[in-house]
Ligand binder design. Structure first.
Ligand code: NAD
Length: 288
């Protein structure tokens, strides 16, 4: 089958141009969107993610500041420092970069950032929007689900009435994504580590979205060409020093209609959605 690669690049460029215009408009009103990232310690993977976020901010003319705190910081000092950031009117979006060290893990991290500065979209008040049926992407919704919906829309892949399988049920991807797609009238099934006979589900879905973090989770045996499936690969794994997803692209691509690549698919959509959330948070300040 001739498959289509759902590359994020054209859409990211389009969204970036739109965001540049919105940032310029904000600047003309005296506001420059500014992202504040809290990093405790110096986890190398976190530093790479942060570098990408900084670059993405700069590309649209937004500002960025890193607050890197000692990995021995106690909960009280951490909360006091965070309070100062929350109260800083010049910072419009705050991210607590995960993972945090052991002594901070008991904190309710997703709810510590005020909802209006929660550009990750993890705060209970923002995720609640999804439970209420929200499908407006101009809200502070979690970035990966938002990016996936935009990617599907860009490639004119309808979800209404479609059978969508979401593999993974995490708070940052699987759960909010399932809810968002159901708000778009998809019939959503959630699979997870205890799901038996995953093939039964993958073979019967119109759209399969894998957010697990396991190399070769999905291979040729999971798909039938007659189903003309769309596959969205969220997974980020390394194999022999290369970045790969959950899906064996070489095996699966000839059997499906559409497939997102890793790298170059969901990853860039997540980053641009984060920048979009920063701009939305800043715009909301003007709208009140
Ligand atoms: P997580 O570890 O919190 O959740 C993984 C989920 O996979 C769990 O719900 C678990 O039940 C399920 N699972 C585990 N083994 C399974 C199996 N054999 N069959 C079916 N389900 C199984 O992970 P997460 O934070 O949701 O991230 C998932 C993957 O997506 C990771 O590789 C992560 O790096 C990646 N990710 C990518 C982006 C992006 O922008 N591309 C964003 C977030 C996460």
């Amino acid at each position: 089958m001739n498959f289509r690669t759902l590359s994020a690049q054209p859409l990211v460029e389009q969204m970036r141009n739109n965001l540049i215009e919105r940032v310029n408009l904000l600047k003309s009103k005296g506001l420059t969107p500014r992202m504040g990232i809290v990093l405790v310690g110096d986890n190398p993977a976190s530093l790479t993610y942060i570098k990408n976020k900084r670059k993405a901010c700069e590309l649209v003319g937004a500002q960025f500041e890193l607050h890197q705190w000692n990995d021995q910081i106690g909960p009280e000092e951490f909360l006091a420092n965070l309070e100062a950031l929350k109260n800083n009117p010049d910072i419009h979006g705050i991210i607590i970069q995960l993972p945090v060290p052991e002594q901070l893990k008991h904190l309710d991290l997703t709810n510590l950032v005020s909802p209006e500065k929660d550009i990750d979209g993890f705060h209970g008040m923002n995720t609640q929007l999804l439970f209420k049926g929200c499908r407006e992407l101009e809200n502070l919704l979690p970035c990966t689900p938002k990016g996936i919906v935009r990617l599907l829309q860009h490639y004119n892949i309808a979800v209404e009435g479609k059978e969508v399988l979401v593999i993974g049920r995490s708070l940052i991807v699987g759960k909010p994504l399932s809810m968002l797609l159901s708000n778009y009238n998809a019939t959503v099934t959630i699979a997870h580590s205890k799901t038996k006979d995953l093939i039964r589900y993958t073979k019967n879905a119109d759209i399969v979205i894998s957010a697990v973090g396991k190399v070769n989770l999905l291979t040729a045996k999971h798909f039938s060409p007659e189903r003309k499936t769309t596959v969205i690969d969220v997974g980020i794994n390394t194999l022999n020093g290369k970045l790969v997803g959950d899906v064996n692209f070489a095996e699966v691509s000839p059997l499906v209609a559409n497939i997102s690549p890793v790298p170059g698919g969901v990853g860039p959509m997540t980053v641009i959605s984060l920048i979009e959330n920063l701009v939305i948070a800043c715009e909301k300040k003007i709208k009140g």
